[in-house]
Structures are given as structure tokens and as C-alpha cells.
Design a protein around this ligand. Structure first.
Ligand SMILES: Nc1ncnc2c1ncn2[C@@H]1O[C@H](COP(=O)(O)OP(=O)(O)OP(=O)(O)O)[C@@H](O)[C@H]1O
Length: 243
């Protein structure tokens, strides 16, 4: 893929914590309007990689670019919708107050702010729980609100760390429908997942183990390369079970 047209460009990235090498010479490109999944066993470095893409964390060596801009760069927050693995919500505030806070942070104003808040609430099916404090929310409701916040400012790039954990299958399906609709409108999505039917919905997948990028391919390409009948089998293959 031509690096010039990539929304996300990761070039020879290493990240170490103390003496621990958590990411080892990772290079990958994500094109506009792709859904790109990062798969790997627990502790393989997925969240660390996503945090480098957001600019929350910095590479030890190598380079990350988002929309051509070297990261980290504070101004890029406007271009990125990030859903962290642990929800970053103000628990003593209501859902509405949380959304209003983040909408203001993203510079959404007037009718547009009201409209966006209404639209994202509807999408994650929380419109009936608008005034409830977050400390009274269930885990799944918090995930849904976090996703709503990531979508609020209609960013061209969505970075979603295990977005549908704790979300029931019906709502998960409707969220995926929306993610695919955003894709069609040009939004690029990078996500981590442990859910194989989500991995199948990705255009391409990166397989990571122990901080190493083992493969980047389409779901069908991964099945072929590993002679697997299912992505779960391919995942287990790269996870080391058949090695
Ligand atoms: N700030 C940090 N300081 C030290 N070690 C860290 C730090 N952040 C992550 N690590 C280590 O880096 C490794 C990768 O962690 P990471 O959270 O990226 O894994 P993951 O693939 O996202 O796992 P999971 O699927 O369980 O979320 C782990 O061994 C973790 O302990």
C-alpha cells in the first residue's frame, strides 16, 4: 500500500517499558475507509499499539503517522475517535452531562451539538438513560456510552479497543451495522477484538504475538495462509498453539 495515501502509517515501531520490549519493529499501513482489526493473545501488545496511534503514548523508536501527521500531536484529537478498553467517563455525572462535556471539548456547538448527542445516544440505545448517573450504569451501558463519545465529533479515524465487550449480541449487530455505514462514508476504523465474528467483518487483520507482527491479511487470506477452516483456528495457529 502506498504510504502517502494511508490514514494510519506505522513504520518500524518499537516500544519498550523498562527492559521489556512490548512492540518489536511493527510496520503496517491502514487505508482510508478500511476496517482494520488487531488480533492477538492477551498481553501481546494490542492496546499498546492503539495507544501509540492515538498519541496518548510515544514510540521508543520508529514512527507513527495519522493522516500524514507524525504522532503524538494534540491537535489530532479532533481527527480521532478513541474508545479505550477501560471506560474514561465521569462517573458522578449523568450520560447527558458526559456527552455535553466531550462535545464541548471537541468544539461542537448549538444545533449541531444537540443533534450529534441525540444521534449517538440513539445509536447505542441509551436515550432512555440520559439522566442517570454513570455510577448507576452497568458495564455494558458504560461501554455503549464510551462508543457514543468516540463517535460524537464524526472523526475520520476511529480507534476502538475491544469496543463490544459486555454488549449484547443484538446491540452488537446494530453497532456493527453503523460502523460499516460509517466505513462506507469514508471513516477508517482500527479496532482490537477477541470476538471472531467481529474479526470476520474486518477488511484486513493484523495478528500480533509477543509484540511481533506475524501476519497482515484479509480474513480469507489468513485462512489460506494457515490452512484453517475458521478464523478461530487461524488465531490459535498464530497464538502458538499449533507451533
Ligand atoms: N505502562 C506500562 N508499563 C509497563 N508494562 C506495560 C505498560 N503497558 C503495557 N505493558 C505491558 O505490555 C504488554 C502488552 O500489554 P497490552 O495491554 O498492550 O496487551 P494487549 O494485547 O492489549 O492485552 P489484552 O488483550 O489483555 O488487552 C503486557 O505485558 C503489559 O504488562
Amino acid at each position: 500500500m502506498n504510504q502517502g495515501t494511508s490514514v494510519v502509517s506505522v513504520n518500524h515501531v518499537c516500544r519498550t517499558f523498562g527492559s521489556k520490549e512490548v512492540l518489536k519493529d511493527i510496520s503496517l499501513q491502514v487505508a482510508k475507509a478500511e476496517t482494520f482489526g488487531i488480533l492477538g493473545p492477551s498481553g501481546s501488545g494490542k492496546t499498546t499499539l492503539v495507544k501509540l496511534l492515538t498519541g496518548i503514548d510515544e514510540v521508543t523508536s520508529g514512527e507513527v503517522r495519522v493522516l500524514g501527521i507524525p504522532m503524538p500531536k494534540l491537535a489530532m484529537l479532533q481527527q480521532i475517535g478513541y474508545m479505550a478498553q477501560s471506560d474514561a467517563l465521569y462517573t458522578e455525572l449523568s450520560a447527558k452531562e458526559n456527552l455535553e462535556f466531550f462535545a464541548a471539548l471537541y468544539g461542537l456547538k448549538g444545533g449541531n451539538r444537540t443533534r450529534r448527542i441525540r444521534d449517538v445516544l440513539e445509536l447505542v440505545n441509551l436515550q432512555d438513560h440520559l439522566r442517570k448517573r454513570i455510577d448507576q450504569y452497568s458495564g455494558g451501558m458504560k461501554r455503549r456510552l464510551s462508543l457514543a463519545i468516540a463517535l460524537l465529533h464524526e472523526p475520520p479515524l476511529l480507534l476502538l479497543d475491544e469496543p463490544t465487550v459486555g454488549i449484547d449480541p443484538v446491540l452488537r449487530q446494530s453497532i456493527w451495522k453503523e460502523l460499516k455505514a460509517l466505513n462506507r462514508k469514508g471513516t477508517t476504523i482500527v479496532l482490537t477484538t477477541h470476538v471472531m465474528d467481529e474479526a470476520e467483518k474486518c477488511d484486513r487483520l493484523a495478528m500480533i504475538r509477543d509484540g511481533e507482527l506475524l501476519a497482515v491479511n484479509t480474513p480469507a487470506g489468513l485462512l489460506n495462509a494457515t490452512a484453517s477452516a475458521s478464523l478461530e483456528e487461524a488465531f490459535l495457529y498464530y497464538g502458538g498453539v499449533r507451533r
